[in-house]
Design a protein around this ligand. Structure first.
Ligand code: PNW
Length: 456
């Protein structure tokens, strides 16, 4: 299906939003019964995060949420994607609901609805309750079952007002940064454990979808982070490196959900590291239960070549030899090359290879080192241009058949950027972490024109 779009209009009813994650913005880690997640433990372990910074206070959203909802209203968004902190809702990861924790999200949802903003809830954005990690974490099958119980419990409390649910954010990061390279919490460095974690994350997704469908949930999806992967040269070895990275990054998550199979070539690549004993009969049927949409987080492209295997932990399980090549194009502060065509390729590839499926860009954005001027402005033309180029790429993808229904900018507020602490600023709103003063950046002002016009 192709849409008849004039050059700058988006389809009628297109969702425009911003996205956030609980641990990155909330702070208030000890309040109202919340217990530690793996990210509290990790951030408080010396040497894991830039300058040993933590999410203890973050952007203090737990206390400042009314102001943040006003900012969303200023931005003119139709939707707001945020995640729930599992350790607020079930502090130990199992057992009864913590009412005070649920109340926080319940008030937030009510306020969003009062402002005409649709709440778009992510159930898991990496803050696993620490007791579940102590019991084995995602490499252990029971964690998937616990996740589905949590999903069912919170849906009972919010499902009367929240219609749109995403199970997991970026299972690739949770599995491979968390358990293989150890760059993210819980910081384990065991490739076999990471492969089991990947499967149990997908199983948790499937079990949660089953549980929410039983309760009549309307709009269910999964968010994955995807990259086009190119070989640096036509050499066979480099093309094979591209196949392997595409396998681990993209197909290992897309195929089970959208095709009900694991990519055979990836299982073969990792066979010496781990078998498939942890994949039980029926798991893939659970994982591939039909979805209402796929969420795509897009930041950059990978260009790779084969090299020599590297000693030490790698998040590329079985492919530590692969080298990531820079092409010399402009980068964001993360060192990620700016590549809007990659978003077009990602969205059209999904439509072409995985069939018709409603898509949402659930994250896209850029880190740049922003400063507030004496006049109280943040002139972030680089971020504005980054967003405009990516919006244009998305628009082209729609014109060429991708069923893209919405776009969430990462992110509303400058926040705790995981292992980079507060050193990377992705927000449309600047946060002074000394005073917690919020300042709408120029990119945010510009975005508010886009959301209102539904056009570029
Ligand atoms: C995503 N990588 O994380 C997350 O969903 C956000 O919480 C995060 O703030 C945002 O992107 C910006 O980083 C990623 O190393 C973290 O490839 C790391 C990677 C990709 C995504």
């Amino acid at each position: 299906m192709t849409h008849d779009l004039s050059t700058e209009r988006f389809p009628e009813g297109f969702a425009w939003g911003t996205a956030t994650a609980s641990y990155q913005i909330e702070g208030a880690v000890h309040e109202d019964g919340r217990l530690p997640s793996v990210w509290d433990t990790f951030a408080h372990t010396p040497g894991k995060v830039f300058r040993n910074q933590t999410g203890d206070v973050a952007a203090d959203h737990y206390h400042r949420w009314p102001e943040d909802v006003s900012l969303l209203a200023d931005l003119g968004v139709t939707h707001y994607r945020f995640s729930l902190a599992w350790p607020r809702i079930q502090p130990e990861g199992y057992g009864p609901v913590n009412g005070a924790g649920v109340d926080f999200y319940s008030r937030l949802v009510d306020s969003l609805l009062d402002h005409g903003i649709t709440p778009w809830v992510t159930l898991y954005h990496w803050d696993l309750p620490q007791p579940l990690e102590d019991a084995g974490g995602w490499p252990r099958r029971e964690t998937a079952e616990k996740f589905a119980e949590y999903a069912a419990l919170i849906h009972q409390r919010l499902g009367d007002r929240v219609r749109d649910w995403t199970t997991l954010n970026e299972p690739w990061c949770a599995a491979f940064l968390g358990y293989a390279s150890g760059h993210h919490a819980p910081g384990r460095t065991d490739g076999a454990a990471a492969m089991r974690a990947a499967h149990h994350l997908m199983l948790g997704h499937g079990l949660a979808v089953e549980a929410l469908r039983d309760q009549g949930a309307a709009n269910l999806g999964l968010t994955v982070n995807l990259y086009p992967v190119d070989a640096a040269t036509d050499r066979d070895a480099d093309r094979d490196a591209a196949r392997r990275i595409d396998g681990l990054m993209n197909r290992l998550f897309l195929d089970p959900v959208l095709r009900g199979t694991y990519p055979a070539d990836v299982l073969k690549d990792v066979a010496e590291i781990t078998g498939t004993e942890h994949v039980r009969d029926g798991d893939l049927a659970t994982i591939s239960a039909p979805l209402d949409f796929l969420g795509v987080n897009y930041y950059s492209r990978h260009v790779v070549r084969a090299g020599a295997p590297q000693p030490g932990p790698s998040h590329w399980v079985g492919s530590s030899d692969v080298e990531f090549v820079k092409r010399g194009v402009p980068e964001t502060e993360m060192g990620w090359e700016i590549d809007p065509d990659g978003l077009y390729e990602t969205l059209t590839r999904l439509a072409r290879e995985y069939g018709p499926l409603p898509l949402y860009v659930t994250e896209n954005g850029a880190a740049f080192p922003d400063e507030v001027t004496r006049e109280g402005r943040v002139h972030d033309e680089n971020r504005r241009r980054y967003l405009e180029e990516h919006f244009r790429a998305a628009h082209r993808a729609i014109a060429d058949g991708a069923d893209l229904r919405g776009y969430f900018v990462w992110t509303l507020l400058d926040n705790f950027e995981w292992a980079h602490g507060y050193s990377k600023r992705f927000g449309l709103v600047h946060v002074d972490f000394e005073t917690q003063v919020r300042t709408l950046k120029d990119s945010g002002r510009w975005f508010s024109e886009i959301t209102r016009a539904n056009a570029l």
